[in-house]
Design a protein around this ligand. Structure first.
Ligand code: ZN
Length: 150
């Protein structure tokens, strides 16, 4: 699917990267095509192994449906605000620093149950049970002195 670029979004692409500036997190409500306040990054950055969204949910708002994933696990990273996350009927309070992994089949919804502060969070989804190397086991560190252009 071709994404129509928002005016707030600027991108630059190099051989091994795509970089974008999508604006301030507290202005995400101005973005989002499918869901207001949710900005997906896969198409902006040409991600190939994960989908990531940046999210802003205003005070008193809730996601009006449950959903579960078929092949992907999800990671919710809460950055700001106060809310509640419901998974398989269990309710978990979330705030800055709360990180939740949801496996396939987990039925979830969430809300901002505060009265005065946005709930800001990042959601990452990637295919469950596919991670075979990570951090140092997936890195090369060339013997090269770090330099920066003047
Ligand atoms: Zn999901």
């Amino acid at each position: 699917m071709e994404r129509e670029m928002d005016t707030m979004t600027t991108t630059k692409t190099g051989q091994h990267y795509t970089v974008a500036n999508v604006g301030n997190f507290n202005e995400l409500l101005k973005q989002g095509e499918m869901y207001k306040g949710k900005l997906f990054l896969k198409d902006i950055l040409n991600l190939t192994g994960m989908e990531v969204s940046l999210n802003q949910l205003p005070p008193g708002a809730q996601v009006p449906f449950y959903h579960a994933h078929i092949e992907n696990e999800e990671l919710y990273i809460f950055l700001k605000g106060h809310g509640q996350f419901q998974i398989d009927g269990e309710v978990i309070d979330v705030t800055e620093g709360s990180v939740i992994r949801v496996g396939t089949g987990g039925l979830v919804t969430w809300r901002n149950n505060s009265t005065d502060e946005d709930l800001l969070y990042i959601v990452i989804q990637a295919k469950q049970d596919t991670l075979t190397q990570w951090t140092r086991s997936d890195a090369t560190v060339p013997d090269q002195k770090v330099t920066w252009p003047e």
